[in-house]
Design a protein around this ligand. Structure first.
Ligand code: GLY
Length: 364
């Protein structure tokens, strides 16, 4: 089993990388997990992994029970979090008890938020089962819910005690969800690590075949990039915002499509849009822009989509919570492996970027 230490002082923890749940009970012993545990999962993951995980826990003497809510972003709301808290009370949990988030990003965000609130904060661990959660949301301690049509607008920073990544769970992940997760993985290469970008280019066949060893290696490098950024700026006062590369345009496209396109796919388009702006500013050359588009194509992303009119997208962008003094924040690449943050991207540049990622009607 591989591991990575996330150094956050008293909030430090390990990320473990495995191809099964075989090491879970050892991992829990290592962190001195309490006996009383609540496994929080959704209706999709319940069918796949909740019984296996809960049996491991019970066989190892833990007093665990499973709390299930209906899968879907539309359930990422306060009522669901309160439902989790109700399960904590029904299971007679106290300040020393622990929540286990078993599932994708929605599960991790809500279980983590419930853990941050219940009795003013109890411990939790993450067992992410999607590539998006294994590569991004389970690491870094962001928890929360959507509210009044604003994504992740209520929440708390609450670091897990452990992240247990079993890449075996990626075998049951729908293909579009795997592609979505690759969006964040590729993003980490572009913002911070050109060698990792090369690795993703050179190992696409094994990654797409879901070869366990390659996936563990990829996840480990990927998480080390995210962890290194979070270690320097846990509460997003500066550097951590580079993780939002591709998200300014990406979130707007996601909203315009009423969340029918996956998050990663929209981030992919957002990364192309931001890279186009950078290329027009001569910050990167055309070859870099083409490399970024090529790798996204290689992993199955759409690089052009039909977009509603630009004013509408622009309106969605203005609603983005990631603004500074009312100005949109953009992260632009200055090379593959390096980005800069700026608030001075003009409307014309944004519109040109949207035009660039728009699928043009073909005349016959
Ligand atoms: N997903 C961006 C972050 O964790 O900051």
């Amino acid at each position: 089993m591989d591991r990575l230490f996330v150094n956050l002082g008293k909030n430090s923890y390990d990320i473990l990388f495995a191809d099964s749940f075989s090491w879970l009970s050892d991992a829990l012993k290592e962190i001195n997990a309490p006996k009383k545990l609540l496994v929080v999962t959704d209706s999709n993951v319940k069918k796949l992994y909740a019984d296996e995980v809960n049996s491991i826990l019970q066989e190892n003497g833990y007093d665990s029970t499973v709390c299930v809510f209906d899968a879907g972003e539309e359930n990422k709301k306060m009522d669901t979090v309160l439902g989790i808290c109700k399960s904590c009370l029904e299971h007679k949990m106290d300040r020393k008890s622990m929540i286990i988030a078993l599932g994708g990003g929605v599960v991790g965000d809500m279980a983590g938020f419930a853990a941050a609130m219940f009795m003013r904060g109890i411990d939790f661990i993450q067992i992410p089962t999607t590539l998006l959660s294994q590569s991004d949301s389970s690491v870094g301690g962001k928890t929360g819910i959507d509210f009044m049509e604003n994504k992740n607008i209520l929440g708390a920073f609450h670091q897990p005690k452990l992240v247990y990544i079993n890449v075996g769970t990626l075998k049951t992940l729908p293909k579009e969800q795997f592609i979505s997760g690759m969006g964040e993985v590729i993003k980490h290469g572009i913002i911070r690590d050109s060698e990792f970008f090369d690795y993703l280019e050179q190992n696409s066949s094994n990654i797409k075949k879901l070869d366990d060893k390659t996936l563990i290696n990829m996840d480990k490098i990927n998480c080390s990039i995210k962890a290194e950024v979070v270690e320097q700026d846990e509460k997003e006062n500066g550097l951590r915002a580079i993780l939002n590369f591709g998200h300014t345009i990406g979130h707007a496209v996601e909203s315009a499509y009423n969340f029918e396109m996956t998050h990663g796919e929209c981030v992919g388009l957002g990364m192309i849009g931001a890279s186009y702006i950078a290329q027009k500013r001569d910050m990167i050359d055309i070859a870099d822009l083409q490399r970024i588009e090529r790798i996204l194509t290689e992993y199955g992303f759409k690089t052009r989509v039909k977009l509603p009119d630009k004013e509408k997208i622009s309106e969605f962008m203005q609603n983005d919570k990631k603004k500074t003094m009312g100005r949109l924040k953009f992260v632009l690449p200055s090379a593959i492996g390096e980005v800069v943050q700026t608030t001075n991207v003009g409307q014309t540049e944004i519109f040109d970027a949207l035009e660039y990622i728009s699928e043009q009607e073909k005349s016959i």
